[in-house]
Design a protein around this ligand. Structure first.
Ligand SMILES: [Cu+2]
Length: 158
């Protein structure tokens, strides 16, 4: 965890503490999940995550690959039904993986995404699910999803 992530988590803790003291108990509006990657393979770990439907799913993503591999990974939550189009757009843009976040962050095919992270790096993003459903999370580093199957599914239940 880097200092920025730690600061964000601290801020989150303070915000939640503030809520708890000022209102009656209610359903949580936020859940925190951790996504990592295989250490000696090209894939997410875990490949499937189940969460209840809430306003905000805070995702801490860490590239856990062996540091000697020099392999970047990212995670993008694709808009349902747009997974293949998103992967194709990365191929067609021919973008370097370090430009992925810059080029695609505003794409309607992406609901949330991190930048490409080097081994050992982590980044925290907030995903606001449009509703219950299944959302694929995809590594957009060229070839990882298409050729290596670096895809997972986030199941948001009602
Ligand atoms: Cu990857």
């Amino acid at each position: 965890m880097n200092a920025r992530t730690a600061a964000r988590l601290l801020a989150l803790g303070l915000a939640l503490a503030g809520c708890a003291s000022s209102s009656a108990p209610e359903a949580p509006r936020e859940v925190l999940i951790r996504l990592g990657t295989e250490r000696l393979g090209v894939g997410f770990d875990p490949k499937e995550v189940h969460v209840p439907y809430v306003e905000t799913i805070r995702i801490i993503f860490r590239n856990d690959v062996d540091p000697t591999w020099d392999m970047p990974h990212n995670v993008a939550i694709a808009a349902p039904g747009r997974e293949d189009a998103l992967i194709a757009s990365v191929r067609n843009l021919g973008v370097h993986h370090l430009q992925l976040a810059e080029k695609l962050r505003d794409s309607p095919d992406v609901l949330a995404m991190t930048g490409a992270l080097a081994p050992g790096e982590s980044e925290t993003i907030d995903f606001h699910p449009p509703g219950p459903g299944s959302y694929q999370y995809i590594c957009l580093v060229p070839g990882h999803a298409e050729r290596m199957g670096m895809v997972g599914v986030l199941v948001v239940s009602d």
